[in-house]
Ligand binder design. Structure first.
Ligand code: UD1
Length: 416
């Protein structure tokens, strides 16, 4: 599917089951390389980024099989072979292979990771952090060669909160001699999921979800069964889509516990939320209230939901101010929304001032990255008339089937 056609203006109604978390599944898949065993990941999302990671693990000799309830990962067979350039460059999360491959093979030679065009997305901190554990890096044309005959535990203080760097340190530190202590670790729920998984495999990691992590090095790991938690970003996407269309939806299995700030913002926008054991029941307002929002590392408001709230606030009552604090290029959808009649001004590329209009009008839109693409689909759902969103392959990196989900909620959408 490359294009979604949308007939807008229909409030979403019904229930939708929230898929497993992309950002939890990807580092967990990389973590499987640290053992010579079989693991089973229930609720693993069937999304393009997971398929790309599966392909990379298969190239390393692992066997991967989708079963009815999840993904079986067998890492007993393994070779430190070369990985296809395109697959590595195609996804940011290939960076998780760094820590895992250093642990399993003591070296790697890989292309730089690619990913969504939401900012510079440097890897300097990944390199620096792995160097603290004893890895050495060399630039080889477009590739990066790293070797670490002996990883050693270290004390690492992160200058800024980084999810990926924290995860890479964990992955490498497990194979190190001695313990590793991280100060300033990221606290995202996906890090807790990674550590829960690894601790079930026999690791000893303390402090996940806090700024202080302690990883015991050198323990043997075994395969396990693990259920990937529900995706808080997908749940947030459908929550704000319901607000934008003035609908009523039950977000089944939404991870309420990890959506505190998202829920607060939704309520500020005028939604009525019931948090139940089944998930979140949301009733959208007739028109979203304007808000002031700043993205921040967890437990702050997630940057991955910023463009989605921005799209919804284009029809808000009054003026909203949305500030992006994590990535420097996350307002790329603004010209697309302006094409639909939105009134948005971006200041210093970090702050968007949105003056709500009565209605958006349907348009031909181009998605250029994952969350921005989802935001454009939501804008199409809210708009009068027909919209067409291209670049659906970006959306499929993180949503199992956004078209099916919105269709089940009564939207008039079709994919081609
Ligand atoms: C992860 C998530 C992504 C989310 C982001 C922030 C995954 C697979 N992706 O991305 O969905 O948007 O967290 O919540 O989990 N930085 C550096 N140097 C580095 C690494 C990062 O300067 O070497 C900076 C980044 O540019 C950014 C900040 O650190 O400004 C935080 O980024 P980080 O938490 O590392 O994001 P990711 O792990 O790439």
């Amino acid at each position: 599917m490359e294009t979604i056609h949308i007939q807008g203006g229909i409030p979403l109604q019904g229930k939708v089951r929230i898929q497993g978390s992309k950002n939890a599944a990807l580092p967990i898949l990389a973590a499987c390389l640290l053992m010579e065993d079989v693991s089973f990941l229930r609720n693993c999302p069937r999304i393009a980024d997971v398929e790309a990671m599966i392909e990379l693990l298969q190239c390393l000799g692992c066997s991967m099989h989708w079963r009815r309830e999840g993904l079986e990962v067998n890492t007993r067979q393994f070779n430190c072979g070369a990985l296809p350039e395109k697959a590595v460059r195609g996804m940011r999360s290939s960076v998780f292979l760094w820590g895992a491959l250093l642990g399993r093979c003591g070296e790697f030679s890989l292309e730089y990771p690619g990913g969504c065009v939401i900012g510079n997305r440097p890897v300097d901190m990944h390199i620096w952090a792995l160097e603290q554990l004893g890895a050495r890096f060399q630039q080889e044309e477009s590739r990066l060669y790293a070797y670490a005959p002996h990883l050693s535990g270290a004390y690492i203080r992160l200058p800024i909160s980084s999810v990926g760097v924290t995860e890479n340190i964990i992955l490498a530190a497990l194979s190190a001699q001695g313990d590793t202590y991280v100060e300033g670790a990221a606290k995202e729920p996906e890090i807790i999921a990674l550590c829960d998984f690894l601790n079930r495999c026999g690791a000893w990691i303390e402090g996940a979800g806090t700024e202080h992590l302690h990883v015991v090095g050198g323990r043997r790991l075994y395969g396990t069964e693990y259920t990937i938690p529900a995706d808080r970003i997908v749940a947030g996407t459908y929550l704000f889509a319901t607000i934008g269309t003035g609908g009523r939806v039950l977000l089944e299995q939404a991870p309420v516990k990890h959506m505190g700030e998202t829920i607060r913002v939704a309520e500020d926008m005028g939604a009525v939320l019931y948090l139940t054991s089944e998930g979140i029941y949301v009733q959208g307002p007739s028109r979203p209230r304007s808000i002031r929002l700043e993205t921040a590392p967890y437990p702050g408001f997630p940057t991955d939901l910023q463009s989605i709230v921005l799209a919804v606030e284009t029809v808000g009552e009054g003026r909203s101010k949305i500030t992006e604090r994590i990535f420097e290029n996350r307002f790329r959808i603004v010209p697309q929304l302006q094409k639909m009649g939105a009134d948005i001004e971006v200041e210093d590329s970090i702050c968007a001032h949105v003056c709500g209009v009565n209605a958006l009008k349907g348009a031909h839109l181009h998605g250029e990255e994952l969350r921005g693409g989802a935001a454009l689909v939501i804008a199409g759902l809210m708009a009068d008339g027909e919209s067409r969103v291209d670049g659906v392959s970006y959306i499929m990196r993180g949503y199992e089937n956004i078209c099916r989900d919105f269709k089940e909620l009564g939207a008039r959408v079709s994919g081609e």
